[in-house]
Design a protein around this ligand. Structure first.
Ligand code: NAD
Length: 293
């Protein structure tokens, strides 16, 4: 894939999947515009990338803060023009059933995962269209955007369904403009997402979030640590971009759950009996083992 000399704007670029995407872009000769809420991590990430020979510019950005995003987008557009690759990747997760989520849980997760992505699209995509040079919009969803995250990650899963839905619509809308849209739907990846509450947004407090059950964070972090490496995910993303694929599904082991969910909907359309209990049982079993993804 030829992106030498192009620019890549990556939100949540200081850690995990975003940082791996940055490494990949840099290795292909692109200038990396790294945006993240966590300033110290951003500086460390930029230093690592520069040591490997990359051209990097950093932006302290809370994607859920519209004013902050507008300022950053203006600075990016003034200095570099529209990015050729836009990675709407920043995301947070908090474990807990939907029925027990507190207002701060909803506000934090929805603002970052949904609104933050929306601001990225609104501020950059029209400029990318106007530039008429084609390019890529890559949204980080999750396998929970393709199945139902019963029990453990329901609110998070809701936001990832939103990411998948908007990516499908954008893929259709942007194709005539030569812009390819992909949505990344991983299962567990070994990143820092298990400690996402290290970066809360304004208006949301730790006390306002529903508290994890004893031992839950350790369990989640252990399970995440055994996940795919972020660099493997980034490699799969670039393969998909080369092949102009929309869905990047990195964990084939969730195939049955995806099929079951679709069959369930098909049954509702055709009037066949539903297999609700079975569906829930499978989803529950799966999320007992993978609470956050
Ligand atoms: N790790 C997994 O198992 C997994 C699985 C599926 C999907 N995902 C998704 O991958 C994406 C990246 O997460 P990750 O796993 O690399 O986690 P991570 O915590 O390692 O990286 C997320 C980055 O986003 C930044 N961030 C958090 N809130 C922000 C905000 N308001 N504004 C800007 N930046 C913010 C963090 O500082 C961090 O650098 C997320 O969208 C996540 O939902 C992760």
């Amino acid at each position: 894939m030829d992106i030498e000399g192009e620019t890549a704007f990556i939100t949540g670029g200081a850690s995990g999947i975003g940082l791996a995407l940055a490494r990949r872009c840099a290795a292909l000769g692109a200038t990396v515009l790294l945006a993240d809420i966590e300033e110290a991590a951003l500086d460390r990430a930029a230093a690592d990338l520069r040591r490997a020979g990359a051209t990097v510019k950093t932006y302290r950005l809370d994607v859920s803060d519209r004013k902050n995003y507008e300022d950053v987008a203006t600075r990016v557009l003034d200095a570099f023009g529209p990015p050729h690759l836009l990675f709407n990747n920043a995301g947070v997760a908090w474990k807990g059933p939907a029925s027990q989520a507190l207002p701060d849980d909803w506000e934090w997760i929805v603002k970052v995962n949904v609104l933050g992505l929306g601001y990225g699209v609104a501020l950059f995509v029209p400029k990318m269209i106007q530039a008429g040079r084609g390019g890529y919009v890559v949204n980080t969803g999750s396998i929970t955007g393709l199945i139902t995250a019963v029990g453990a990650a329901a609110v998070y899963g809701m936001t990832k369904h939103a990411v998948v839905a908007i990516s499908e619509a954008l893929a259709h809308e942007l194709r005539p403009h030569g812009l390819h849209v992909a949505v990344v739907c991983p299962g567990q990846v070994a990143t820092n997402i298990g400690n996402a509450d290290r970066n809360l947004i304004s208006g949301v407090s730790r006390e306002g979030l529903s508290s994890a059950l004893p031992g839950e964070r350790e369990f989640t972090n252990q399970s995440i640590a055994q996940g795919l490496s972020p660099d493997d995910v980034a490699a799969r993303v670039f393969e998909a971009l080369e092949q102009k694929r929309t869905y990047v599904v990195t964990h084939p082991e969730y195939k049955d759950e995806v099929i079951l969910r679709h069959r369930q909907i098909e049954n509702a359309i055709t009037g066949r009996p539903e297999t609700d209990v079975q569906l829930l049982a499978m989803a529950k079993a799966m999320f007992a083992l993978s609470p956050l993804t």
